[in-house]
Design a protein around this ligand. Structure first.
Ligand SMILES: NC(=O)c1ccc[n+]([C@@H]2O[C@H](COP(=O)([O-])OP(=O)(O)OC[C@H]3O[C@@H](n4cnc5c(N)ncnc54)[C@H](OP(=O)(O)O)[C@@H]3O)[C@@H](O)[C@H]2O)c1
Length: 336
């Protein structure tokens, strides 16, 4: 049994990770931690766990952690995470970090978008980007996996086949996406608070969203050259899910009839990517680790639609997919 510690267990991705590990046949929860103010019996912190999780959520004690777990799922906010991760690694644990702290390879880009100096550049170098469908070989046996952001997961899976085959211009990709409210975590700002979100939909982070450089980094690795992406996020009045629409300019004439075949071939061996014959809906993937994708052509452009659950394929499910790969387990355990 893989012994799993969840750090930041009182948050949205924390409880989602608890749910998945509870049904995982080869992993067990051994340590749940949170800030002191949020601690208590797991069933009291989350009513949904009543009768299913007889564990305390406790303040983190590093001495206790090293003897109790093989892997830490670090569900902390960015900037906070990089203060903890070095200690988990020193304690000999594998770490899957949910924050952005180990995703961007260039510390200057991190500093520019997160307004803080990176304090753990040594581990940044060894971190592997945890998008299994694209970087599986690097994840195997890794000590530190940077779990991708939710928007970059949906958008990158949508355009990867086109970039890999060199079929689209790399300076004019547009990603337009809408997230549900849980994307903002459990302590939302007034903008994401119910009275503003209910019956509302708005764009935010115009020209400056932090997931833009992350998308460009992934796309650049796939294409083997610099890629420019214009990313515009929106928030809508639903709990969970991200619907992305990605607009691409083809390099030459598009053979639209062959797009579905290209995507079927690219993702043929993937358990969690489904190619659809129409634009996918967030409800189709809610509560699952799946990404649904529909590629098509309109007026000479290629448009690719994707849908994921931001808390599962965009966070906790993907983290446990990564955990399964790191430990050489069947990749779908706990996730189907
Ligand atoms: N939500 C998503 O859809 C999503 C998707 C992909 C990635 N992520 C990333 O996953 C991470 C967790 O997101 P989330 O949505 O679960 O956030 P969340 O609901 O706000 O939970 C964050 C957790 O970290 C704890 N925490 C906050 N500040 C801390 C500190 N200084 N020291 C120790 N613990 C602290 C919180 O405690 P309190 O409960 O006391 O605040 C809570 O347990 C973030 O880095 C986020 O960017 C989230």
């Amino acid at each position: 049994m893989i012994r799993v510690a969840i750090i930041g267990a009182s948050g949205y991705t924390g409880v989602e990770s608890i749910e998945i590990i509870l049904r995982h046949p080869e992993a067990e929860l051994t340590y749940l931690t949170a800030l002191e103010s949020e601690c208590g019996h797991a069933e009291d912190v989350f009513g949904q766990l009543k009768g299913r999780c007889d564990m305390e959520i406790e303040p983190l004690d590093f001495d206790k952690l090293s003897g109790l777990a093989d892997v830490a799922l670090c569900c902390l906010p960015h900037k906070v995470s990089m203060g903890f991760v070095p200690k988990f690694l020193e304690a000999g644990l594998k770490v899957i970090d949910f924050s952005a702290d180990y995703r961007l390879k260039d510390p200057d880009v991190y500093e520019k978008f997160y307004n803080v100096k990176h304090t753990d550049t040594a581990n940044l170098e060894r971190a592997v980007f945890g998008l299994p469908e694209l970087f599986r070989e690097q994840i195997k046996g890794a000590d530190l996996v940077a779990n991708p952001g939710c928007y970059p997961t949906g958008a990158s899976l949508a355009i990867a086949p086109l970039l890999k085959e060199g079929l689209i211009e790399t300076d004019s990709i547009i990603v337009n996406a809408v997230t549900g409210v849980s994307g903002a975590g459990r302590n939302p700002s007034s903008k994401f608070h119910f009275p503003n979100m209910n019956e509302n939909l708005f764009a935010y982070g115009v020209g400056s969203h932090r997931h833009m450089p992350e998308m460009e980094q992934i796309a650049g690795e796939i294409a083997g050259s610099d890629v420019r992406i214009l990313f515009q996020p929106h928030a809508g009045p639903f709990d969970r899910g991200i619907a992305s629409t990605v607009y691409c300019q083809p390099k030459g004439e598009v053979d639209c009839g062959k797009l579905a075949e290209l995507y079927d071939d690219f993702y043929c061996c993937e358990q969690f990517v489904q190619i659809c014959s129409d634009a996918p809906a967030v409800k189709d993937v809610a509560g699952t680790n799946y990404c649904h994708i529909f590629p098509t052509c309109v007026k000479g452009r290629i448009i690719v639609f994707s849908a994921i659950d931001n808390l599962i394929k965009g966070a906790s499910g993907q983290a446990i997919q990564n955990m399964n790969i790191i430990f050489g387990l069947e990749e779908t355990l706990g996730l189907k």
